[in-house]
Every structure is written in structure tokens, then in C-alpha cells.
Design a binder for this molecule. Structure first.
Ligand SMILES: *Cc1c(COP(=O)(O)O)cnc(C)c1O
Length: 367
């Protein structure tokens, strides 16, 4: 039986009537960008996350970019960035003209290694972007202590982690700014691109709101150089419908993960991911570390049996060609390189059936 890595159609099928109602409502309203639909979504998602301000943005990447702009990070500034994450985390740093400083990640949590960060921080370092990778929160207590000690602003990259918690508090509200993505493969995915900036700081919120719309305030008066980082009414309405189901999807993902931990605990060919205590993991990805250099072999084996898998991420950022001569700190990166060569993510989407889950396990145990 084939099992896809993700089947978004199963999630959307039961919501089609509500999506169509929203579409018709917005079609009739003629208001397609920002406006009431976006405000309604911003209010519900701020309540959900537990932050004062949630600002709808065009994408997760733009949420990171506008956050850096709001902090006035630019040429001459350094920003600490994990070497093992999605490209957008680092791309946004380079796009404001700042220097990404590559920091290795912890092998168990896949998240930023603060020991390595301490070795690389310099007087030019102004900020850091820790990533709650695959849906598991970073250690926010240690992070706050580190950032406080070095006087760094922190942008949480929570693109994969909406709903994830550290000590019962959701990510996105711990630091100056949080950035979320609603790309369709994220735990809360739109029917297109979308993102969000969160903050508890009124002044930063106001600045992000202005930067989102060309730094304009009031109409046709520009005090800042912003961009077009606006969210569409349609996406906001679709996301608001999906937000009301998000907790049930998180539960389903957690149940799949729990099943994998039980059923695969004796497997020899790979290591299971580590769910750390004091955190709520939301399992955007369930990521194996394949032993003995056999990752590509396992991936091919799964593909032959119809099981979907993906490599998040096959190249560490310090080794991307576009960053040649751009960042610093790559010389001492080791764990990120090892992970790029050994990780493999397997199906953990909420709508996966029990039979499909059994199939994934049985194929993995056959390897
Ligand atoms: C998806 C993602 C982003 C970018 O979000 P987009 O909405 O695709 O622009 C940034 N960082 C991480 C860690 C992501 O997973």
C-alpha cells in the first residue's frame, strides 16, 4: 500500500463547503488585501498563540525579513543562524545586507547549539534567529540567558512550530519577534503563501505594520522604506477556518509519533528523533537519523515500496554556493553536515490512517 509523505487533499476535502462560503463572501465584498478578514484571523491566531500582536504577512520568509527590518539590522551587523534549517532563515539575513554567522545544531534536538553560538558571537553580532526545527521548541530559558548576556535581539523562526510549547508556553511569544509560515506543508497551511509576525512589544508591532505596507503612515506618507508584505483576505479567511481544527491535527500527529516510538524502538538501521521533556512537539516532521551512511539506500527502498519520504535538509547552509564568501563560522560546523547526510523524514501527517502507519512501520522494519 502506498503512503504519501503528505496528502493535503484529505485535510481540505471536509472543509470545502466552508472554503467556498469564505470565497463567495470575499468575492462579493471586493476587499482582497488586508482588511477585516485579515484582522479577524490576526485576532484569533494571537489568542491561540497567546501574544499581544499577530500581524499577517505575505510569507514566512517575508515575516523573517520584515522582523529584521523592524530591528534595523543591516550592513555591518551579524546575525547568528543555525546551519541546519530551511534556506529562508538565512536568506532573510543576507537580504537585509547583514552577515549570517553559522552556528552548529544539537544532534538530538536539531536546534541551535548555544555552546557553538557562544564561541562565535562577536561585538558585531546584533541578533539571532533560533529555529524551532521540525516542530520542537528550542530551550527558551537557556536562549533568553544567552541573548541577555550578549545583548542580542531574538527572532524566533517558528515557521514549523505553530502550537509548539516550551514549559507550557507557546513559541512566538518568548522574544522580541516571532515569525510563522503558512506554506501548505506547515502544520497550519494556507491555500497558497502566507506568514505571520508575532510580538508583545507595541512599538515593534507598529513598525512591522508600517513596514508591511511600504512603511506608509498615514496614506502616501512614507517614514520608513518597507515593502509589500501584505496578506490576502482569502488566505486569512481560509487560515481562520483551518485554525479551528489545528489542535485536533496536532493531536493526530502526536499520536502517529507516539506509535512510531513504540513500534520502531528496536530498529537498528536508524535512530528515532528525540522529544525533549518540558516541551510540546507538534511534529511538523518526524525525522530519522539513518546509520552507516545508508540514508539514500533507505530512501530508495521506501520509494520502491511506495512510501513517501523527504530529506530536510540535504545541504547545510554554510555549504550553499550562494553563501560562498558571505557568512562566517562555517569552518567548525560538523553536526549540521552529518545531519545533512543522514536525516530522512517519514509520513506523520494528521490524516494518515492506522493501516498506512502500520505499512510505514513494516517497510521500515524490513530494511
Ligand atoms: C517554511 C519555512 C520558512 C519560510 O516560510 P515560507 O512561508 O515558505 O516563506 C522559514 N523558516 C523555516 C524553518 C521554514 O520551515
Amino acid at each position: 500500500m502506498p503512503v504519501p509523505l503528505l496528502d493535503i487533499q484529505r485535510q481540505h476535502g471536509p472543509l470545502a463547503t466552508e472554503f467556498n462560503q469564505a470565497f463567495n463572501r470575499i468575492l462579493e465584498s471586493g476587499a482582497f488585501v488586508l482588511g477585516k478578514e485579515v484582522q479577524d484571523f490576526e485576532k484569533s491566531v494571537a489568542d491561540y498563540i497567546g501574544v499581544k500582536h499577530a500581524i499577517g504577512i505575505s510569507s514566512g520568509t517575508d515575516a523573517l525579513l520584515v522582523s529584521l527590518m523592524a530591528l534595523d539590522i543591516g550592513p555591518g551587523d551579524e546575525v547568528l543562524c543555525p546551519a541546519f534549517t530551511f534556506f529562508g532563515t538565512a536568506g532573510s539575513i543576507a537580504r537585509v545586507g547583514a552577515t549570517p554567522v553559522w552556528v552548529d545544531v544539537d544532534r538530538d534536538s536539531f536546534n541551535i547549539d548555544l555552546n557553538d553560538a557562544a564561541a562565535k558571537v562577536s561585538p558585531a553580532t546584533k541578533a539571532m534567529i533560533p529555529v524551532h526545527l521540525f516542530g520542537q521548541a528550542c530551550d527558551m530559558t537557556a536562549l533568553a540567558a544567552f541573548a541577555g548576556k550578549h545583548g542580542l535581539a531574538v527572532i524566533e523562526d517558528a515557521a514549523q512550530a505553530i502550537g509548539a510549547e516550551f514549559e507550557k508556553r507557546q513559541v512566538g511569544g518568548f522574544t522580541e519577534l516571532g515569525a510563522f509560515s503558512f506554506y501548505p506543508t506547515k502544520n497550519l497551511g494556507g491555500l497558497g503563501d502566507g506568514g505571520l509576525v508575532t510580538t508583545n512589544d507595541d512599538a515593534l508591532a507598529e513598525k512591522v505594520i508600517q513596514l508591511r505596507n511600504h512603511g506608509m503612515h498615514p496614506k502616501y506618507v512614507h517614514n520608513l522604506i518597507g515593502g509589500n508584505f501584505r496578506l490576502d483576505a482569502l488566505q486569512a479567511a481560509f487560515l481562520n477556518i483551518k485554525l479551528s481544527r489545528l489542535e485536533s491535527w496536532h493531536s493526530a500527529r502526536a499520536e502517529h509519533a507516539c506509535f512510531y516510538f513504540g513500534a520502531l524502538s528496536q530498529a537498528k538501521a536508524f535512530e528515532l528523533p528525540t522529544a525533549l521533556p518540558g516541551r510540546r512537539h507538534v511534529w511538523n516532521q518526524f525525522t530519522l537519523k539513518v546509520r552507516d551512511g545508508r540514508r539514500d539506500e533507505l530512501r530508495a527502498f521506501l520509494a520502491k515500496k511506495g512510501i513517501g519520504s523527504e530529506i530536510y535538509y540535504p545541504i547545510a547552509l554554510d555549504q550553499q554556493r550562494c553563501f560562498e564568501g558571505v557568512g562566517r563560522g562555517g569552518e567548525t560546523i560538523t553536526v549540521s553536515h552529518e545531519l545533512a547526510d543522514s536525516v530522512l523524514s517519514i509520513p506523520v501527517f494528521p490524516e494518515m490512517t492506522g493501516a498506512e502507519r502500520d505499512e510505514v512501520v513494516s517497510v521500515l522494519l524490513d530494511f
